[in-house]
Design a protein around this ligand. Structure first.
Ligand SMILES: Nc1ncnc2c1ncn2[C@@H]1O[C@H](COP(=O)(O)OP(=O)(O)OP(=O)(O)O)[C@@H](O)[C@H]1O
Ligand SMILES: O=P(O)(O)OC[C@H]1O[C@H](OP(=O)(O)OP(=O)(O)O)[C@H](O)[C@@H]1O
Length: 221
């Protein structure tokens, strides 16, 4: 199926933690639409005056909409972007949605070194990132894909460890887990469809520059 090209700019936004941070940032560069609310069940919202269309997607689907050109640009966490491995350009680190991807283990059963976990089970939402990371450490592991409440894995005996996002650390503490390896820092990124970047270059480049200006001035935080 061919990519639909029109004179609107279609922007894919993730529901959840990054939604209002994303709409706030776009608002600062004059890209808005009426009735933008995460609670709304309207999944596509247009502003005909500035020829912009927002699509409100499930977080993990944002890179898919952008890769296939159903959206020209999108906002997504670096964690989801790397895990998806989709073919899109990453244009800008937006500096919000900051957290880190960590390996954590039950505090009371902590082993003496990382390699003691070789060939054990890891519960994670990020099996691809984790596999690549541990392979670089020369470690083979068994990855069990979960979609949420990852910290349950070691508590109920599903796995020996987890690889998951840590922000404040509260979830780890409350579940008696301890970070043992820092895998990567995460923040929200602006991504762009490859064809759109060529065909709508001036418009996208203009928005990127406006966003950069806001971020550099500190107003975007
Ligand atoms: N404390 C945090 N927990 C999870 N993600 C965070 C946190 N802080 C920042 N983020 C970033 O926000 C992004 C979106 O997180 P959110 O929890 O909304 O989505 P999700 O859990 O993947 O969505 P869904 O619940 O639909 O599966 C993450 O991919 C990550 O980049
Ligand atoms: O370090 P903290 O500030 O405690 O945040 C980390 C927690 O937040 C995320 O879960 P989320 O809220 O997305 O719920 P989920 O378990 O459904 O993924 C992540 O998966 C951790 O569980």
């Amino acid at each position: 199926m061919e990519q639909r090209i029109d004179d609107y700019l279609t922007i894919a936004l993730p529901k959840g933690k990054l939604f209002s941070l994303s709409t706030d940032l776009f608002e600062k560069v004059g890209i808005t639409a009426e009735h933008m609310s995460e609670k709304s069940r309207k999944l596509i919202i247009s502003n005909d005056a500035i020829k912009v269309r927002f699509i409100i997607a499930k977080t993990s689907d944002v890179p898919t909409y952008v890769e296939y050109g159903a959206a020209d640009i999108g906002i997504i966490g670096k964690d989801v972007l790397l895990e998806a491995g989709q073919d899109v350009y990453e244009l800008l680190d937006l500096g919000f949605g900051k957290c880190r991807l960590m390996m954590a283990v039950p505090r009371k059963e902590k082993r003496s070194c990382l390699t003691d976990y070789a060939h054990t089970r890891v519960a994670t939402k990020y099996p691809h990132i984790a596999e690549k990371f541990f392979a670089q450490q020369g470690m083979q592991m068994e990855y069990i894909k979960l979609n949420g409440s990852i910290e349950l894995g070691p508590i109920v005996g599903l796995s020996e460890s987890i690889v998951d996002i840590v922000e404040t650390g509260t979830t780890l503490v409350e579940n008696d887990l301890e970070e043992i390896v820092h895998i990567m820092d995460v923040s929200a990124r602006l991504i762009v469809n490859r064809v759109s970047f060529k065909l709508k270059f001036e418009r996208i480049y203009g928005i990127v520059n406006d966003l950069k200006r806001i971020l550099e001035s500190g107003e975007g935080r």
